[in-house]
Design a binder for this molecule. Structure first.
Ligand code: FES
Length: 201
């Protein structure tokens, strides 16, 4: 990685920093793939069981979905079979997630529940005897929701969202939510783009 930096000040950012592929790769791995909470959607966008929305954490595609118990899940949009994106629609409602390529089927928590021709056909083909459905779930991210805004993290050890935001950001979110409460206002709708940009550490 280039290390030349103009002058002593950090107030001028050199142009190469915005286009350096190594910096970009480290940003994807350490920020979006590391211990950080990333915005993936709003709870109101997936109000009922089976409602889903495609989203991204960095450049990695994910699926925000509400499971049968009403819990929010964020699953990697990457089939455990050949690694292809299994969810191609931007949003919708499903009973299960079915990969369009070879129809591996996952429940709304990301567990693999079906593989076509698992035992083969007339003794031919199929998966090996040691194949275990449980070993091929979709990748699952940690999830946190605040005032209807849903965040996800690839690192299960990421600190709680309230600690991550810090007391100033957390109280600002709460104050903004409270100030807009009342008829016609929901907690989710109080999060403006400007607010979101400010809560990032
Ligand atoms: S790539 Fe998804 S079932 Fe084969």
């Amino acid at each position: 990685m280039r290390a030349d930096w103009p002058g002593e000040s950090v107030s001028r950012i050199p142009n190469w920093l915005y286009t350096d592929p190594e910096v970009y790769a480290r940003e994807q791995a350490r920020i979006f793939g590391g211990r950080s909470w990333c915005y993936v959607g709003l709870g109101v966008e997936v109000p009922g069981p089976g409602d889903f929305k495609r989203s991204f954490v960095g450049e990695r595609p994910v699926i925000l979905v509400r499971d049968d118990a009403g819990a929010l899940r964020v699953l990697e949009n990457r089939c455990a079979h050949r690694g292809l994106q299994l969810c191609l629609r931007p949003h919708g409602r499903v009973r299960e997630l079915v990969c369009p390529y070879h129809q591996w089927t996952y429940d709304l928590t990301g567990r693999l529940v079906g593989v076509p021709f698992r035992r083969g056909v007339k003794g031919q083909g199929g998966m090996p005897p040691e194949f275990q459905l449980e070993a091929h779930a979709l990748g699952s991210l940690a999830v946190a929701e605040r005032h209807g805004v849903v965040f996800a993290s690839f690192d299960a050890g990421t600190e709680p969202l309230a600690d991550y935001l810090g007391p100033a950001s957390a109280s600002r979110c709460t104050a903004r939510s409270s100030s807009r409460s009342g008829p016609g206002a929901s907690g989710a709708s109080t999060f403006t783009a400007a607010t979101q940009s400010r809560v990032w550490p």
